[in-house]
Design a protein around this ligand. Structure first.
Ligand code: CTP
Length: 244
């Protein structure tokens, strides 16, 4: 039978809508703004769903031995420090509900742990977290909802000093030097300008329970719609199979 083009296009559109089943969130904000805490709180509240957290940090390019020797002069806050192509590939797979291997990054040695990966399974919700996840338009286009965690710079610096000295093997003077030379300028040039792409801006990060509750409600609505779509899709598939 000859199908009119308009009807075919409509059917194709319907099929695409019905087969989308992953909700993806982007969580951005300056260094030590509390992005991870916000993500953890969302994940906790969505305990009855399969949720996966992907960190942009996992896609840092590993430094060569030569670069490592002068790591204090390397700009880890510039968009070029990340392997965005690989990030896009991984996110694309997850959006198609396929499992992926995410690299593991070692902040102490500025290297990828070669041979070791974190296996991430297909999920209902993907959260991508990182300082520059709103910078690249292709990455932004993957997100159904974009959240910017807005925390005062003095609080972020205090947290960063504590974290980098305790967890990342740095001393206070190197943290302050890196902050002044790279972290703050890159925040002003790349992170802050990307805030305009956010759908939701959360002041005070993880302390803002009301904002997190509202975000979780929105995700649940989206997941509910997808569940409804799945039912329709199954009915549609069963009916077409039956007619054949
Ligand atoms: N960075 C570093 N050394 C590396 C790689 C990255 O010091 N070898 C720093 C960069 O300077 C960048 C920061 O790591 O500013 C990015 O991590 P950040 O966003 O601070 O970490 P999260 O734990 O995701 O932050 P949050 O506290 O908001 O959860």
């Amino acid at each position: 039978p000859h199908w009119p083009v308009a009807e075919c296009a409509l059917l194709l559109k319907l099929w695409l809508v019905l087969t989308v089943r992953v909700v993806s969130l982007g969580v951005s904000g300056g260094t030590a703004s509390g992005k991870t805490t916000v993500c953890d709180m969302i994940i906790q509240q969505l305990h009855d769903h399969r949720v996966v957290l992907v960190n942009q940090d996992s896609f840092y390019r590993g430094l060569t031995a030569e670069e490592s020797a002068s790591a204090q002069d390397y700009n880890f806050d510039h968009p070029d420090a990340f392997d965005t192509e690989q990030l896009l590939e991984c996110m694309g797979q997850l959006k198609r509900a396929l499992p992926v291997n995410v690299p593991i990054y070692d902040f102490k040695n500025h290297r990828r742990c070669s041979e070791r990966f974190r296996k991430v399974n297909a999920s209902d919700v993907i959260i991508l977290e990182g300082i520059l996840v709103f910078h690249d338009q292709r990455v932004r286009n993957l997100m159904d909802m974009k959240i910017f965690v807005d925390t005062d710079a003095d609080i972020r610096l205090a947290r960063r000093i504590r974290r980098d000295t305790v967890e990342r093997g740095r001393d206070v003077s190197s943290v302050l030097d890196q902050y002044g030379r790279f972290v703050k300028p890159a925040f002003d040039d790349f992170v802050l300008p990307s805030k305009k792409y956010a759908d939701v801006i959360i002041p005070r990060g993880g302390d803002n329970h009301v904002a997190i509750d509202l975000i979780v409600q929105h995700i649940r609505t989206k997941l509910g719609m997808h569940d409804l779509c799945k039912v329709f899709r199954n009915v549609f598939v069963v009916q077409s199979t039956f007619q054949i």
